[in-house]
Design a protein around this ligand. Structure first.
Ligand SMILES: [Fe+2]
Length: 263
């Protein structure tokens, strides 16, 4: 089955916007590659809410569902960049997945609704895109909703030939809860942590939409925890605890990062 993702499964009016984002990131990335050279993107737990039922619409615009009645609630955010290897070379034809909470802090997961909240039915919750010949990817989505026990975050997975290369999380700079987030604090070295906390800036003077850039840097082999820095599973760190998608349950997640604290 051909699973190639078309980057432009989105209305014409938006193509121009995303095209300009790509051009923008292209310019910025050149600098960031040098600034963050060889800092592998740190891995992080996938958490308990990787969708247990994937949505029919899986494109890279999570704000609109095919056939949906309205756009998703929340502040629109876009981010994109390049997928690079440790030498800074672009990696093409890799699939980047994004899953995250909606504006109410709820995931598209059978247990992903937060107490007292309802899931936004207009939010896609999950999307993916294949990197192009320059290693570029991008997403249009919303700022994730906050839920108890975490700062706001995007979940990201990089796959090549259906093999997971990296599972990580992306954060927005300036969010007060970042400093207290156990998962963020456990991610690799300080340089690696800084590489996953990105500035999101207004896309234009008139709108509220935000845009950020983020390069993802992975090693040359499929995800091998013992080679990925000093976090859990890295040299000097505790043994690898990552499990396969289906096996990563709530208990494992709580145990790893929150002890007996609130989730
Ligand atoms: Fe999460």
């Amino acid at each position: 089955m051909n699973t190639t993702i078309h980057p432009f499964h989105i209305p014409l009016s938006r193509r121009r916007l995303l095209h300009s984002l790509l051009m923008t990131t292209g310019g910025i990335i050149t600098g960031s590659v040098h600034a963050e050279a060889l800092a592998l993107t740190p891995r992080a737990t996938e958490g308990p809410y990787y969708p247990d039922h994937l949505p029919l619409d899986q494109d890279n615009d999570l704000t609109l569902i095919t056939g949906g009645k309205a756009p998703a609630s929340g502040v629109v955010t876009e981010f994109g960049g390049r997928l690079l290897n440790a030498d800074g070379k672009p990696i093409q034809n890799a699939v980047i997945e994004l899953w995250q909470s909606d504006n109410n802090g709820c995931y598209i997961h059978s247990r992903g609704t937060q107490p007292g909240k309802e899931r936004d039915p207009q939010f896609q919750g999950y999307g993916k895109i294949e990197t192009n010949a320059k290693g570029e990817y991008r997403f249009r989505t919303i700022k994730p909703g906050l839920y108890t026990g975490r700062t706001i975050h995007y979940h990201i997975r990089v796959k090549q030939n259906e093999k997971s290369m990296l599972t990580t999380q992306l954060f927005i700079a300036g969010v007060p809860q970042n400093d207290r987030d156990g998962i963020l604090r456990s991610m690799g070295t300080e340089q690696q942590r800084l590489s996953v906390i990105r500035e999101f800036k207004p896309m234009s003077t008139e709108g509220k939409e935000l845009v950020g850039t983020w390069d993802i840097v992975i090693g040359s082999t499929p995800e091998e925890p013992e080679q990925r820095g000093r976090g859990p599973g890295g040299p000097g760190g505790p043994p690898p605890r990552r499990r396969d998608n289906a096996a990563a349950g709530d208990q494992d997640f709580k145990e790893l990062f929150f002890g007996s604290g609130p989730f």
